[in-house]
Design a protein around this ligand. Sequence first.
Ligand SMILES: *Cc1c(COP(=O)(O)O)cnc(C)c1O
Length: 396
Amino acid sequence: MKEKKIMALADENIMNTYRRVPIALVKGEGARLWDANGKEYLDFVAGIAVCNLGHSHPNVVKAIKKQAKNLMHVSNLYYTRPQGEVASILTKHSFADKVFFCNSGAEANEAAIKLARKYAHENLGEDKFELITMKDSFHGRTMATITATGQEKFQFGFTPLLDGFKYVPFNDPAALEDAITPKTCGIMLEPIQGEGGVIIPDDRYLAKVRDICDRHRILMIVDEVQTGIGRTGKLFAYEYSGIKPDIMTLAKALGNGFPVGAMLATEEIARAFGPGNHASTFGGNLLAMAAAKATLETMLDEGVLENCGKTGEYFLSRLQALKDKHAIITGVRGRGLMLACPLAVEGADIVKKCQEKGLLINCTGGKTLRFVPPLIITEKDVELAVAILDEVMEGR
Ligand SMILES: *Cc1c(COP(=O)(O)O)cnc(C)c1O
């Protein structure tokens, strides 16, 4: 089908909730994508930090194919082997002892909110239900997760929101401690704010949050939906802080493009959930587990984290040089391959010009260019992307 026809069919029949770029993509391989007209793109979006091993990674494709032939879905009324296998990889490589599987980031955060409330209800007192989250955070689009999200633009028109949420500025331990009341049961935050514009807190911030949680006997929930699965150069971003959270949520890159989410917790906290307390029909689906297992094994065994750290540092230095050359870039920040450049101008036109020249990038909050390429990119890919950015910014 020709590109125009693909777009017209979608626009006629799909609800208008996305501001889409007018290209229709049909094929991907590694860090490259092709549209319906055969035009090639270097992809520095990766399905929004999802395809961390690159598009259609052979290990993931093979695992999904093999599982699809055998068995795709049986529900959680029964045991299946891949669920336990994926859960054991996640617990082995994290602070967590137990995993709950679901299908998306919002669902993982919903599960975390429910678990925190249930744990507090049973262990801390029935009047402890309040969660403190951060301004400019992003936790998803369901009712509970837009409530947790500290940005009014995601909440506007959907009130009344859920009871029991409070917001404090990110990277401000004093404000956080001040906001705690006898009703507080936990704190939920991203180790690096993603949709908020790749906001990196001070090195000691997460440790201070941990300390506050310990002193007030409340739970620390980290939303690693975007930062997790290698994006920052470690499997999970909290590892940089030297602390352990109580609950962690994952999704985006966990299946390298196959929808899957997970909520992880320590044994003590996980015990607050018993049979019947929470569930998902598709959670831990066999295809999702096959994809997640192949993704995690590939990431851990094939030097992907090392490449992310090394190429990320290189990219950061090249962006720094670009900033020195172009005044419209007002900053450069990031960790691993989660990078951003705030601009003095709206980013939409830059994104469009890059796309015309064969580079896909994304803009958050209107003025911040965000780069979340596959973690398998090479220095040559970085050079190409920087050359296109340089050309597009010339004379602005
Ligand atoms: C993308 C994202 C979510 C929401 O994930 P969905 O799969 O779209 O529901 C939640 N938290 C963070 C930090 C995210 O980046």
